[in-house]
Design a protein around this ligand. Structure first.
Ligand code: AMP
Ligand code: MG
Length: 399
């Protein structure tokens, strides 16, 4: 047991390997198609934002010093999209949200804080300060300053930022080609008729969609039997991929062909981690292609993908923050028996507390559907109800 590598150390080693083998191929895509992609260039702001002083509210733009002279006549109306004339001295301008503030005006009074007299002149009913309700030019960003850095994971908000700069095309990383296979004689494809002793392959669709969410192009190598020659042939066919991800067959049983092959012909860098579920997790270099060997049990495949494979892939993409976000939560149950491995419990958050889902078997996926995420229990630790632990939410992982 003491030979098991800690999750922390395994992750550090994986990230080191990943940073040393970054994906570099780039392509230009339309900003509207860039959701989930990784920016491959440093971008500077091309313009000040806002590009000019504009009104934050519907109201009246005026010069503060003019207010003392009494009610102000309205000398012009400015809607968003119009270009105003300079403010005539001793007057105000009717302005609407987003409209440029006329030169010479130094504040905007909200329309609800004004009264208008019989001659249509405006009286301010509340005190004002210079700059009130004006969104200043360059207040969000200045032209020529850094906008987004290479390695930014582009999400809808980032795409909005690019669009605001008038950017229509961006350089992103090409989708990494990831070969995916399931291993095991017992696996049948959903849709087929289940033969005695068979189970349906759940890992491949689970992992394929997780990979696609990370912006990968999945090369589906299908299901491979527990047969050394077949495994070798299929893996040889993935030589042009940037990564191979397999599930199952990495333990030391007689049928664990992938593990056997990796130990024979590859360079096994990580194997057997102090993680539950997920102990058989393997990382090996197979010729020029790295291989992540995930455990076969679906719950284990899920947990090791989220905690290890995902950060590894993000690191190769040049993303800076790769570890799953952890937040403290209150345990709604006790954990009186310390485990030897760091454990990830499927929990549901209810009333601000983590409730343990009943089925924690590594063989089950269903309880992970009901879960909001994983509660991290360090090896060798116990806790009482009410204690605070780290929680990794599925939301934060895009699930
Ligand atoms: P193994 O690591 O090959 O011993 O597999 C561990 C367990 O996971 C076994 O019960 C397998 O039947 C199961 N398993 C392996 N691959 C899959 C898969 N793709 N989908 C669902 N279960 C699997
Ligand atoms: Mg197997």
């Amino acid at each position: 047991m003491s030979a098991l590598m800690s999750v922390e150390q395994a992750l550090a080693e994986l990230l080191g390997l990943a940073r040393a083998a970054p994906f570099t191929a780039r392509e230009s895509v339309a900003v509207g198609d860039a959701d989930g992609r990784v920016l491959a260039e440093d971008l500077q702001a091309a313009l000040d934002l806002p590009p000019w002083d504009n009104s934050a509210m519907d109201g009246y733009a005026l010069r503060l010093d003019d207010l003392a002279a009494g009610p102000l006549p309205v000398s012009q109306q400015v809607f968003a999209g119009q270009a105003p004339a300079p403010l005539r001295a001793g007057s105000c301008a009717r302005v609407f949200t987003g409209a440029p503030v006329p030169a010479g005006a130094d504040c905007v009074q909200l329309q609800e804080n004004c009264s208008v007299d019989e001659q249509g002149r405006v009286v301010s009913l509340t005190a004002l300060r210079r700059g009130d309700n004006i969104r200043r030019q360059g207040n969000e960003i200045r032209a020529g300053t850094p906008l987004l850095a290479a390695g930014t994971l582009l999400r809808p908000v980032a795409l909005g930022v690019l669009a605001a700069q008038g950017i229509a095309q961006v350089m992103v990383l090409r989708r990494p080609r990831v070969a995916l296979l399931s291993s095991g004689d017992e696996l049948a494809q959903a849709g087929a008729v289940l033969q005695p002793g068979q189970i349906f392959d759940s890992n491949r669709v689970l992992l394929a969609t997780l990979l696609e969410r990370l912006g990968c192009e999945v090369v589906d190598l299908g299901r491979v039997a527990d047969d050394a020659r077949q495994v070798r042939a299929v893996l040889a066919g993935a030589r042009d991929c940037e990564l191979i991800i397999s599930s199952a067959g990495v333990s030391v049983g007689d049928a664990d062909c992938i593990g056997a092959l990796l130990r024979e012909t590859g360079e096994v860098k990580l194997w057997k981690l102090a993680i539950k579920p997920g102990k058989p997790f393997t990382f090996a270099q197979l010729g020029s292609v790295p291989l992540l060997g995930l455990p076969g049990n679906p719950g284990s495949a899920l947990v090791t993908f989220l905690l290890l494979a995902r950060p590894y892939l993000l690191a190769r993409m040049g993303v800076a923050r790769v570890a799953p976000p952890r937040v403290p939560v209150v345990a709604g149950f006790a954990w009186p028996k310390a485990g030897k491995r760091q454990e990830y419990l499927r929990v549901r958050l209810e009333g601000g507390r983590a409730r343990l889902l009943e089925n924690q078997s590594s063989a089950t996926l269903l309880s992970a559907v009901q879960a909001d995420g994983l509660l991290e229990v360090p090896a060798g630790e116990t806790f009482a109800a009410g204690d605070i632990l780290d929680f990794i939410g599925f939301d934060g992982l895009g699930l």
